[in-house]
Design a protein around this ligand. Structure first.
Ligand SMILES: CC(C)(COP(=O)(O)OP(=O)(O)OC[C@H]1O[C@@H](n2cnc3c(N)ncnc32)[C@H](O)[C@@H]1OP(=O)(O)O)[C@@H](O)C(=O)NCCC(=O)NCCS
Length: 190
């Protein structure tokens, strides 16, 4: 167990609960990771096994580091709708810091501000609880929806940091990525 500060495993916002993954999330999460609309800007869809591996990695990361991705549950319906949270940059990259904020929601829950609401809560934990100075976020150049979330939460594009994702095959259309940044004192909601 790390001796660093740790994030709460459960965070409640106006409309969402950010919490650990539960066994009942696996079916809807696997369906979401195999949805071509959700995965349009990724090099490959996730299989059921990929989803199980990801959930296990998320749990292991929480146990080792005390922070990570949260599953998102709607407070009005109790439904699992995806994830948002903090994640280490595990690939070779020229930029710093090596900690990102990220999100993935099932299509039926797009267009309602849930990713934005969860991202603000995640960043408050990153900056106020964990004491991080800044975070990045990145996505494929064509992923406008994800970049719109970044801009809504006050992140700014740093073209110097744009990069070709090393885990995406050369020549693949989603290989070129854009980099956005946010520092603790740049939060527009504070
Ligand atoms: C990226 C992703 C999470 C964005 O979802 P989203 O629904 O567009 O984003 P939000 O949840 O913040 O919702 C914003 C939309 O809700 C609207 N909205 C309604 N109520 C709102 C509120 N209270 N606050 C903010 N926005 C609100 C906004 O106007 C916006 O609408 P628009 O898309 O018509 O402009 C989603 O597209 C996704 O999961 N994509 C696939 C996975 C992915 O690409 N992840 C990122 C990879 S790096």
């Amino acid at each position: 167990m790390s001796t660093e500060r740790t994030a709460p495993r459960r965070v409640v916002t106006d409309r969402l609960v950010l919490r650990g993954f539960e066994p009942a999330d696996l079916d809807p999460f696997a369906a979401m990771n195999d949805d071509p609309v959700v995965m349009e800007h990724f090099a490959r869809h996730g299989t059921r096994e990929d989803t199980e591996r990801l959930v296990a990695r998320v749990a292991a990361h929480w146990d080792a580091e005390g922070w990570g991705l949260w599953a998102l549950e709607r407070r009005d319906t109790g439904e699992f709708i995806g994830f948002t949270g903090l994640w280490p940059v595990a690939f070779e990259a020229a930029f710093e810091p090596r900690r990102e904020v990220g999100w993935r929601l099932a299509v039926g829950h797009w267009g309602q501000g849930f990713a934005t609401e969860a991202a603000r809560a995640a960043l408050d934990v990153a900056f106020d609880v964990l004491g991080w100075a800044d975070v990045v976020s990145f996505t494929a150049v064509g992923n406008e929806r994800s970049q719109a979330v970044m801009r809504r939460i006050g992140m700014w594009r740093d073209p110097v940091g744009d990069f070709d994702h090393p885990d995406v095959p050369e020549g693949h259309p989603v290989r070129p990525h854009v980099l956005y940044r946010l520092a603790a004192d740049q939060r527009p909601w504070r």
